[in-house]
Design a protein around this ligand. Structure first.
Ligand SMILES: Nc1ncnc2c1ncn2[C@@H]1O[C@H](COP(=O)(O)OP(=O)(O)O)[C@@H](O)[C@H]1O
Ligand SMILES: [Mg+2]
Length: 382
């Protein structure tokens, strides 16, 4: 208690004890005493008069805020003008009580203590949150590093597997060739048929390995974004597929496509895969309809490739993008089941999504999205 008048201090003490508080107190009336008792006595509440002959309440307040910022400070004074009151509260006083209205003091002390308790709890909570956040960040960094390492290892592994499998396969194919060309007369029909089957199987395995190799390259390929005209990409992808369109009746609907920020070589693979699928799975149609278009939605470009082919059961739509997942038998439609996995990998490297819609015998639509960069949001090419 900062108070020069011992009788006032006694009344204050009495009022608080009446108010149900059990406490001991120290009365000080100089700066030196005040500072000493702040350290020695360590008050839970500071009550302070305003003007003292050798000290004053505002100096006490600013000292208290410096040395013991969490201890509530209440002015208990004979009078305190409005301006001074405001200044007191602004400088961090918890409350003020007039000496001729001491009945309000226990309530004020109670509130100030509650407030202090609340604030110290909040400080602890904030510290705890900060600590947890730091912990979390650290763990995310660690896990990311672990994942990256595991990923790299896996990629290296699948690359070398695909690579090293090629050599023995080449030998198998080579020796079948030799057998068929030099020892054909020595073999009967059945043996020749078996050799053909072995040859076909090893060719298929070769395609699987090539596609896997391509797939693992996609993950490791350097990634360089530039502004890409999707229309140009589609046109060149279609040109490259002229083998697949030979002798076929294909009606193309090529809608206006946007320019996007993407890696052109990777995105070209996406179109090559989707369009070659569209051609493959419309092979049983007299006239194939293939439509390619785009729309804009919520900061994304959504691009689709639609066909009128054999379609698929939409219940399995999500499966198609997995490695080796095929819904059609190899006898009907040849393939390895890696194309769409590659598409998904490329699109997710661009921060986009892939999905598909289809119905058995009623065609299929494959979609992918690409996030719009802010720079391009405004200037949409029509
Ligand atoms: N346009 C399409 N129409 C119907 N089914 C499709 C189409 N594109 C892909 N699919 C289905 O998705 C599977 C996976 O496609 P993909 O990964 O490209 O492998 P692949 O073409 O080698 O079979 C295909 O086996 C087929 O069942
Ligand atoms: Mg395919």
């Amino acid at each position: 208690m900062v108070e020069d008048e011992p009788r006032d201090a006694t009344i204050v003490e009495h009022t608080l004890k009446e108010g149900g508080f059990d406490f001991s107190f120290k009365r000080v009336d100089t700066e030196d005493c005040f500072l000493r008792e702040l350290e020695r006595f360590r008050p839970t509440v500071i009550l302070s008069d305003h003007g003292l002959p050798a000290f004053d309440g505002f100096s006490a307040l600013s000292l208290a805020k410096k040395k013991a910022p969490d201890v509530p400070f209440i002015f208990v004074t004979g009078s305190l003008g409005e301006e001074v009151t405001i200044k007191a509260l602004k400088n961090g006083a918890a409350d003020f009580v007039l000496k001729h209205r001491l009945a309000g003091l226990p309530g004020a002390v109670h509130r100030a203590l509650q407030q202090a308790e609340f604030q110290s709890q909040r400080k602890q909570d904030e510290q705890e949150i900060r600590r947890l956040n730091q912990d979390l960040e650290k763990r995310v960094v660690e896990r990311t590093a672990e994942l990256e390492a595991a990923n790299k290892e896996l990629e290296a592994f699948s690359y070398s597997v695909s690579h090293d499998l090629r050599a023995p396969l080449r030998h198998i194919e080579g020796f079948i060739e030799i057998l068929l060309s030099t020892k054909a007369e020595a073999l009967d029909d059945e043996a020749r048929r078996h050799l053909q089957t072995i040859s076909q199987s090893s060719k298929h395995m070769g395609r699987l390995i090539d596609d896997l190799l391509q797939f693992s390259r996609t993950a490791r390929a350097e990634f360089k974004k530039t502004t890409v005209s999707l229309s140009d990409l589609v046109e060149s992808a279609i040109r490259d597929l002229h083998q697949d369109t030979k002798g076929r009746d294909v009606e193309w609907v090529l809608n206006e496509l946007p320019e996007v920020e993407a890696d052109p070589a990777l995105l070209r693979q996406v179109f090559a895969n989707l369009i070659s699928n569209a051609l493959k799975y419309t092979r049983t149609r007299k006239v194939a309809h293939i439509e390619i278009g785009a729309r804009q939605e919520d900061g994304e470009d959504i691009i689709f490739v639609r066909d009128n082919g054999v379609g698929f059961d939409s219940r399995y739509a999500h499966k198609l993008f997995g490695v080796f997942q095929r819904l059609h038998r190899a006898a009907e439609f040849e393939g390895t089941g890696i194309g769409l996995a590659n598409v998904r990998r490329i699109i997710s490297r661009h921060g986009g999504r892939v999905w598909a819609e289809g119905h058995p015998n009623k065609g299929a639509t494959f979609y992918f999205s690409l996030p719009r960069t802010t720079a391009r949001k405004a200037g949409v090419r029509k």
